[in-house]
Design a protein around this ligand. Sequence first.
Ligand code: DUT
Length: 156
Amino acid sequence: MLIGAKISKNFVKVKDNIQIQQCGIDLRVGKIYKIVGKGTIDFTNEKRKLPAYIEVFDSEKDVKIDLEPGVYIVKTADKIKVPENVAGFAYPRSSLLRMGATLYTAVHDPGYEGYPAYLLHVLNPITIYKHARIAQIVFVECRDVAGLYEGIYNER
Ligand SMILES: O=c1ccn([C@H]2C[C@H](O)[C@@H](COP(=O)(O)OP(=O)(O)OP(=O)(O)O)O2)c(=O)[nH]1
């Protein structure tokens, strides 16, 4: 069952109550990066290498950005902390989709703590203002978990 926002608001450091939705929490844009070069992925992570990112926008410094179609990495401005018996799933806001842009997201593991990064796919030109709410994260109770997330993306 999805965990309602009355509880899941405790898993996200929200800036404003406007972020609290019915059964999820809206996440704000923090930084936006262009991807430069190629990445490498393997079985053991030994050869895993992320491409370079060039920062093109920072909600702390910039007012807005006009993005042309392409792919970008978005780092959220909101820190999340996923409890040990919970997993999180993020979705693009429907308004974002209605403008011709979307997010690709993965699983937020039990024990993860940090500012999630998502792939932003802009199909139609879009203007993004600082701290725009772009995603909604929902949390699900998770039984019999096999340990907690201890990987490189933790930001404790
Ligand atoms: O769209 C997402 C989904 C998850 N995360 C965070 C939370 C998650 O717990 C962590 C690691 O995600 P995942 O396990 O999918 O990444 P991985 O590539 O398998 O990394 P690792 O080898 O560290 O497990 O990254 C994001 O930043 N963006």
